[in-house]
Design a binder for this molecule. Structure first.
Ligand code: NAD
Ligand code: 13P
Length: 347
């Protein structure tokens, strides 16, 4: 049987961490996977050289995952079309605002029998409709796409500190086959992959917990302590679940309460994530989020503020803004100049 060829579409903080795991596992399972793993790099200058060249020379991504050695079989490629050529397994791991443009470039260029997985934590809202990116990719490229999400701060995963993650797959036979292949690509003794038949639930948990993490960061900025943050997490989890059940058919309640994609990711992001960090700084400095993203994240991208805006746009279009007081409060504080002190009085 022909071996699977893997391409990683993305090379940011998480993209690089996951390329490292995929590179090791393709070597470990050389009966299933081809040796080389292509990694698409959005080209930029790094200290006078193209970043893709630096990665291939040093086997490190010094801009987005400094200090972490990538295996030699991970090959950086500045062309997305070239990176996915002949690939039978595609891993999408870009900040959500860039997916549409990359899919546009890849349309008609991928193997129609390829399997894809989305590691993107975000949603798309357009014309009063909401989509998960596994569906956006599946429809744009005509290939089966599942989702992976979990309590996975990239810098910790890159150091092989223990974590769990969750693959959410589709109900058909191809969906299950897809999940089993990606399980083999990612599961390691310190990165434990669980599988659930719930592509929407897993995707929505990953997107919506970022909005809750903004609220958690506000409580940190205000110095409100751990009880207040736990309350925000509890209320946030309820809103995440209610929102997902309201707008998507068939999401499973246990995805929210029992998987790494659900409650565990909510906790880790509210404790140690970038959204939390920038929201704390937003309260403490009064600077806008786009400025804080530039100052604090060195090119990495916030997903929670955009998602708060997108969720608000959908709820406004459906006349449901007041049904989700935490999501509403995050939007009002981040975008409408409402004082963060008002957070809890609005819940
Ligand atoms: P990141 O936050 O490091 O973002 C930077 C990446 O975006 C770089 O690779 C950069 O080249 C790329 N980029 C910038 N402009 C671009 C453009 N115009 N077109 C295409 N690419 C462009 O990215 P990340 O941490 O790898 O996150 C990717 C996804 O994974 C996000 O949805 C994120 O929420 C999710 N995620 C992140 C983590 C984490 O800890 N970092 C963990 C789990 C999931
Ligand atoms: P941040 O984007 O807030 O850093 O969250 C990372 C993450 O998704 C951890 O699972």
């Amino acid at each position: 049987q022909k071996k699977h060829k893997v391409a990683i579409v993305g090379s940011g903080n998480w993209g690089s961490a996951i390329a490292r795991i995929a590179g090791h596992n393709t070597q470990r399972h050389s009966d299933i996977f081809e040796h080389e793993v292509q990694m698409y790099v959005f080209e930029e200058d790094y200290k006078g050289k193209p970043l893709s060249q630096v990665i291939n020379e040093t086997h490190e991504n010094p801009k987005y995952l400094p200090g972490c050695q990538l295996p030699d079989n991970v090959v950086a490629n500045p062309s997305p079309v070239d990176a996915v050529k002949d690939a039978t397994m595609l891993v999408f791991v870009l900040p959500h605002q860039f997916i549409r443009s990359v899919c546009k470039q890849l349309k008609g260029k991928v193997d129609p029998n390829a399997h894809a997985i989305s590691m993107i934590k975000g949603v798309e809202v357009k014309d009063g409709k909401i989509s998960i990116f596994a569906d956006v990719i599946q429809e744009a490229l005509g290939i089966s796409c599942s989702a992976l999400s979990g309590a996975n701060i990239a810098n910790e995963v890159a150091q092989d500190k223990f974590s769990e993650t969750t693959i959410g797959h589709r109900a058909d036979a191809k969906g299950r086959e897809n999940a089993e292949l990606f399980f083999k690509l990612f599961d390691t003794p310190t990165f434990k992959v669980g599988i659930i038949e719930d592509v929407a639930g897993v995707s929505l948990c990953g997107a919506l917990k970022n909005v809750v993490a903004i609220a958690a960061g506000f409580t940190d900025g205000l110095g409100w302590g751990d009880n207040a943050k736990a309350a925000v997490m509890r209320i946030g989890l309820m809103e995440m679940k209610r929102f997902s059940e309201e707008f998507f058919d068939g999401v499973k309640p246990e995805t929210f309460t029992e998987t790494s994609a659900g409650v565990a990711d909510l906790i880790t992001t509210c404790l140690g994530g970038r959204n939390r960090k920038c929201a704390e700084a937003f309260v403490k400095t009064g600077k806008p989020f786009d400025q804080l993203e530039k100052e604090l994240l060195n090119g990495q991208k916030l997903q929670g503020t955009e998602t708060a805006r997108e969720v608000h746009e959908l709820l406004a279009a459906r006349g449901k803004v007041d049904d989700y007081p935490l999501f509403k409060a995050v939007y009002s504080i981040a975008y409408e100049g409402i004082d963060a002190h008002d957070l809890t009085s609005r819940l």
